[in-house]
Design a protein around this ligand. Structure first.
Ligand SMILES: *[C@@H]1O[C@H](CO)[C@@H](O)[C@H](O)[C@H]1NC(C)=O
Length: 432
């Protein structure tokens, strides 16, 4: 089981290493160009001595004209360097985008090969250590008739059949603004707000934020307007179903989240559900053996249990597969019948195995890297106090562990986007 701990962070590094090597090579090239441009403006092999040496010229007039000329030259050089470094930044961005696309293409190919291997005609198991079960289930056939209007919206908004989706009503307007501002800032275009009331729809439209409003006469929407948190949570799973039926993968997002990088460059896409965790270290996030001690049992006093901190149902990537849709249906059904916390139900349906009287869900799941997809406990308890970890740039930060969400979201922006080193200091670890 030791191999399981090979962290996503490390694989991530390996995968992006090639990309960053290319990027580094480009940067070095451009920088060298700048250096030569400054010191050898006429080229390396021109016999004319550099301007600097002319300072000891024979006439004052000549000197001043030379220095005037040279300061002009310096100015043009400066602007050249500026435009070069702008071009360089643009190139870096393109390299990053390409790396993401390349990785996506490799993932698709890899998954397709495994599907052929497993779903093809019956076959013998391969040699020791070479067999791998299928975790990437095939996507459903898109069915536009489910909701033609939404289908049209998604055609415009989605990129490679993926998008970020958030539900919002007027209660969360201020957080929504921080949310979409951070999304725009990192250059994400494939995101959509499902507006649950008119003011939020208007707010999105006036800010150029892609928005979708369900038809007002659809029954579920009265929940969105008047319902408390939990009723809205049930609604979330019902609405999500339509996106999956239309053939899209959804990165479901709460609005108490700040985006610092494009999450689509950091997904594995090999499981039905890929989710951020409420865990705060390797053990709690990725699972561990928790020993239960019962001394009266003597020789057998130790019972081993398996524990894992729950997945966060406020930020997960869900692929359009049958197990995914079954999960959404199970959760929505239970939430309509019991008074339960949607995140608890989401996890129980995802993890509890089949047993007498119960058929468990057979869905593949993956826990996101808790440093990259960071919850606010990790940030405020650990990261901000550790000089090394402070340098790490997460993909998102979810202020899920704290009730004073808006000020903490703003502080996250100050710290990671504007580099204000003490922006996180004034907050307590937990709530007081
Ligand atoms: C957590 O796991 C990662 C990846 O395997 C590893 O690099 C790191 O050292 C581990 N951290 C601790 C505190 O064990």
């Amino acid at each position: 089981m030791g191999g399981r701990r090979e962290g996503p962070l490390m694989r991530e590094k390996g995968q992006s290493l090639r990309g960053s090597r290319i990027a580094i090579a480009i940067v070095i090239g451009v920088l060298l160009g700048c250096v030569f441009a400054v010191f050898y403006p006429h080229g390396l092999f021109i016999s004319d001595p550099p301007i600097r040496n002319r300072r000891i010229g024979h006439s004052d007039l000549k000197i001043s004209s030379a220095s005037c000329e040279s300061s002009e030259k310096v100015d043009t050089l400066k602007s050249d360097i500026l435009s070069l470094s702008e071009k360089n930044a643009e190139l870096m961005k393109q390299v990053k985008d390409l790396t993401g696309k390349l990785r996506l293409a490799e993932q698709v190919k890899d998954h397709a090969e495994k599907q052929v291997l497993v779903l093809g005609k019956p076959h013998k198991a391969g040699p020791f250590g070479t067999v791998k079960g299928l975790r990437t289930n095939p996507a459903v056939v898109p069915d536009d008739s489910v909701n033609p209007r939404l289908a049209k919206v998604l055609e415009e908004v989605a990129v490679q059949n993926e998008l970020i989706v958030a539900l919002a009503n007027s209660n969360v307007k201020a957080m929504l603004e921080v949310w979409f501002t951070s999304i725009k800032k990192v250059g994400i275009t494939n995101y959509l707000v499902v507006a649950l009331d008119d003011p939020i729809e208007e707010f999105c439209k006036s800010n150029g934020v892609p928005v979708y409003r369900r038809d007002p006469d659809e029954g579920v929407d009265t929940i969105g307007k008047t319902g408390g948190n939990h009723a809205v949570s049930g609604l979330k799973f019902r609405i999500l179903r339509e996106f999956l039926q239309l053939g899209y993968s959804v990165l479901l997002s709460d609005v108490d989240i700040v985006y610092l990088q494009n999450p689509f460059n950091y997904l594995y896409r090999d499981s039905d559900v890929e989710s951020m965790t409420d865990g705060h270290n390797n053990m709690t996030a990725y699972g561990y053996n928790d020993v239960f001690d019962e001394p009266s049992m003597g020789w057998a006093r130790y019972a081993h249990t398996m524990r894992i901190w729950v997945y966060n149902s406020g930020f997960f990537y869900i692929r359009p597969t049958i197990p995914s849709i079954e999960l959404l249906d199970r959760v929505a059904t239970r939430l309509s019948r019991e008074k339960a916390w949607d995140q608890a139900v989401f996890n129980e349906e995802l993890f509890f195995p089949s047993h007498p009287g119960y058929d468990g869900l057979h869905a593949a799941k993956r826990t996101m890297d808790f440093y990259l997809f960071m919850n606010s406990k990790v940030l405020f308890k650990t990261i901000r106090k550790d000089a090394n970890l402070r340098k790490l740039k997460p993909v998102i930060v979810h202020v899920n562990y704290h009730p004073d969400k808006l000020p903490r979201m703003k502080a996250v922006v100050e710290f990671y986007v504007h580099g204000k080193q003490d922006a996180l200091q004034s907050f307590p670890d937990g709530s007081e």
